[in-house]
Design a binder for this molecule. Structure first.
Ligand code: SAM
Length: 367
């Protein structure tokens, strides 16, 4: 095994069991952290495996045949995920996103979607269940997912031309199958579909305008994401980031754009629309305009570690609570304690002393 894989794999185990307060308190539907940020979204990673080897996320040199993926017994079962999610919903979570790894690789995922879709907020409204996928298996899965209650979907697509896309996914996957997946999702009513493009200078930034042209007028919302320094295996450098304002300038040379209001408070993407009414795009500026101040997301890793920041290097072991003899009240209190102590704002203090510690990989924590 190459030496570099060891610390990355080992970091997954850097999680102490979440503590249960001496006086457990029932959830009251709202939980605020030390910066008064509510817990509103939960991202759930359902697998640490992926059928892509994107050079910026799961590079082949690290995630090779010897890489120690989690064994099946480590993964949270659908029942465990549903139980813990019900507890999060009681604390105020209204939005769930299934991710990974590649979530469509998790067998029978539609069963989990069905279980999660049946959850109700304390006010009695259904929770929103969404999913982020690379789209390769979407043509095959879109119907079952929609029938199970999935309402919306985000598809990652980094380029429109096969040469660039294949250089990025590093498994020879052509674009056509992803586009077919997007069409299948639309046919099943999973609209508006968000299409996420991570932009890396010198790699796919020449596809910014072709991608905008392709998706303009389709009803899909193309979103450009600044390449982030997440994880420890991609060798990130600031000069590889294409700032969102540059993305907007490049598109503006061809089509007139105007900025529009967010759909809701804390939305991570800034929205822009074509002035001729032919649709909208979004930019996610995690590097140049961090949005930590509004971050309401918690992340649950494939094996049930809770992370309060995408850039965290330690998590809280929730699985051992789920597999121990602990009541929902005790587990809810443990989560309450973690969130109330949360003070993360990595992107705002990026580069400051102490922020350069090795971070957990996105494929494990969930993108
Ligand atoms: N496999 C699924 C997919 O492709 O959407 C879900 C997991 S993937 C980790 C989620 C998203 O994270 C993808 O859109 C991917 O491009 C993005 N991503 C991964 N590494 C990133 C990085 N360093 N900076 C910005 N986005 C990244």
């Amino acid at each position: 095994m190459p030496e570099q894989t060891i610390p990355i794999a080992d970091l997954r185990y850097a999680a102490a069991r979440a503590s249960i307060p001496a006086q457990p308190e029932p959830p009251v539907g709202i939980l605020l952290d030390r910066r008064a940020r509510p817990l509103h979204d939960l991202r759930i990673s359902v697998t640490d495996r992926c059928n892509f080897r994107c050079t910026y996320c799961m590079p082949k040199e690290v995630f090779d045949a010897q890489y120690p993926y989690l064994p099946q017994s480590s993964l949270l079962s659908f029942e465990e995920i549903t139980r813990i999610t019900r507890i999060f919903v009681a604390h105020g979570v209204e939005k769930l996103r299934l991710t990974g790894g590649e979530p469509l690789l998790r067998k029978n995922l539609e069963i989990l979607v069905e279980q999660l879709s049946s959850l109700r907020t304390p006010a009695g409204t259904p929770v929103e269940v969404t999913l982020t996928t690379n789209g390769v298996l979407l043509q095959r899965k879109a119907r079952a997912l929609a029938q199970a209650g999935l309402r919306r979907i985000t598809v990652s697509l980094d380029a429109l031309d096969d040469a660039t896309f294949q250089a990025m996914n590093d498994v020879g996957q052509p674009v056509a199958q992803v586009l077919a997946g997007i069409d299948a999702a639309r046919a099943e009513g999973l609209s508006p579909i968000k299409v996420n493009m991570v932009v890396r200078r010198g790699l796919n930034d020449h596809d910014i305008v072709p991608m905008a042209r392709y998706f303009r007028g389709t009803g899909h919302v193309l979103r450009f994401i600044e390449y982030m320094d997440v994880g420890a295996s991609n060798g990130w450098q600031l000069d590889q980031v294409v700032p969102s304002r540059e993305v907007i300038e490049r598109i503006r040379e061809f089509h007139d754009l105007e900025q529009i209001d967010p759909n809701y408070e804390g939305e991570v993407a800034q929205r822009w629309r074509y002035r001729d009414g032919s649709g909208e795009i979004g930019v996610i500026s995690s590097v140049t305009q961090p949005f930590c101040a509004d971050c309401s997301r918690a992340r649950l890793s494939t094996e049930g570690r809770l992370y309060t920041c995408l850039f965290a290097n330690t998590g809280h072991d929730i699985r051992s609570l789920l597999r121990g003899q602990f009541s929902d009240l005790e587990i809810a209190s443990a989560i309450g304690l973690i969130w109330r102590q949360r003070n993360d704002r990595y992107s705002e203090i990026r580069g400051a002393a102490g922020t350069d510690e090795r971070r957990i990989e996105m494929s494990y924590i969930g993108g």
